[in-house]
Design a protein. Structure first.
Length: 434
């Protein structure tokens, strides 16, 4: 994909811009400061008079209706249709774009009115990764998260600007090519979604119907489960598991329970641990977990934060630990508990007024109904799911790698066009992307 750039023509003559982020530019392009092509719009307005807009990596979007309004008067900046807006904070790197409507943005943003520059070309130029890096390099701050660039610093950025007709041609070329790339990415994202759906169906069928399509079936008596193999059981969790609370031990890893990846198998970092800044030093305040335990986060169980433990470790007191009271294959039950239907069962039995106040306590969890095959089938089902899931995950990884390459190509194509590394005014078509 990246190699296709070499097939595009270059300009006949170049000159040294003397600016690191630009390098050599076409000889007929003008070198100029940003302030000659943009004027800063500083007018302050109220979000009650001008609709609030959000500055995102996907451009300038209407702010959600749920966003809080203020009573502080003129506490935002005016944006007019066609203005380019960029967030001055480095932790919002890449949040910028041309606004397609009038509105208002927060004061941390810089609002620019284009002057003698094609608006679409401006959008590609100021969103190119080379410009973004230069923009933030011009800023100031003590630490990275607080690094900020102001207009007074930004206006000194040196740019290479082609003639207006050439700007229009470059913008039209990039519009067309980036649309093709975006379409290719969308197709691959749909393929990933289908693969994930296939994986979920595979797990759901395996944990509720088994691996033998010819086995006699019976009604489970539980609406969300439906039919199950006639020789399987339906049991309440209290018949399979008992709650255990034991203090942690020095030297054991602190594990997490995620809605995405179930129970971790190694120590979580402070960055991953939302309680990292107040981590309890007394290990006895954590609870011990053993391989084979089933653990869930009682505050996130309604979202699927449950899983089987694979290593000896410790977990937060906010987690409920259950240990098998009879011989079971815990990985099989993890697959079952993380199915959407079982998660909905946990959701229905969680206590709380709103979603983020819900709690699933042990007394409710032990009443939930679980499908229980014979132990040898639990083993076979868990192994089958693991094998087939690995194949699907490899297919997903391949699609994701291709998406990453397409996005890298898109960024490089834009950067090359707006800095003159490729010539697109006399366009000859690239090969199809994707």
């Amino acid at each position: 994909m990246i190699e296709q750039l070499a097939e595009l023509p270059t300009y006949e003559a170049y000159k040294d811009s003397g600016v690191e982020w630009l390098g050599e530019i076409p000889a007929h392009w003008n070198l100029t400061r940003l302030s000659t092509r943009f004027e800063e719009r500083r007018q302050k307005v109220s979000d009650k008079d001008f609709p609030a807009l959000s500055v995102t990596k996907n451009g300038i979007l209407p702010q959600l209706n749920t966003a809080a309004k203020t009573n502080d008067g003129d506490n935002r900046k005016l944006v007019k249709k066609g203005d380019f807006v960029i967030n001055g904070r480095s932790d919002r790197k890449g949040s910028s774009g041309i606004s397609d409507r009038d509105g208002s943005v927060s004061l941390i943003n810089i609002v620019l009115t284009p002057n003698d520059i094609d608006s679409q070309y401006c959008n590609f130029l100021l969103k190119s990764y080379a410009f973004i890096e230069e923009f933030y390099r011009m800023g100031h701050g003590i630490v990275a998260d607080l690094w900020t660039t102001r207009y007074d610093e930004m206006k000194a950025v040196i740019m290479g600007i082609p003639p207006l007709l050439e700007q229009t041609a470059i913008a039209a070329f990039l519009d067309r090519k980036t649309a093709q790339i975006d379409q290719a990415v969308a197709i691959k994202e749909q393929q990933i979604a289908l693969l994930k759906e296939r994986k979920q169906i595979l797990i759901q069928n395996a944990v509720t119907r088994g691996l033998d399509p010819n086995v006699p079936m019976r009604d489970s008596g539980v609406e969300w489960i439906g039919e199950i193999p006639a020789h399987w059981e339906i049991l309440a969790n209290r018949a399979l598991l008992r709650q255990r609370i034991e203090p942690g031990e020095e030297g054991l890893p602190l594990l997490s329970v995620s809605i995405h990846t179930a129970v971790s198998s190694e120590e979580i970092s402070d960055e991953e641990n939302i309680r990292g800044r107040i981590k309890i030093e007394d290990k006895t305040k954590y609870n011990l977990v053993q391989p084979g335990d089933i653990v869930f986060n009682m505050m996130r169980a309604w979202q699927g934060a449950i899983g089987a433990v694979t290593v000896k470790g410790m977990v937060s007191p906010a987690y409920i630990i259950s240990t098998p009271s009879q011989k079971i294959v815990s990985s099989y039950f993890e697959y079952q508990y993380r199915c959407p239907e079982f998660i909905q069962q946990m959701d229905r039995n969680s206590k709380g007024i709103t979603d983020f106040r819900k709690r699933l306590y042990w007394n409710e969890f032990k009443k939930l109904m679980t499908v229980v095959p014979p132990i040898e089938e639990q083993t076979a089902i868990a192994a089958h799911i693991e094998t087939q899931s690995a194949k699907i995950e490899r297919a997903i990884a391949i699609q994701q790698q291709q998406i990453d390459k397409l996005k890298e190509y898109k960024a490089t194509l834009i950067n090359s066009a707006v800095t003159g590394k490729i010539k697109v005014t006399e366009l000859r078509e690239c090969k199809d992307v994707g």
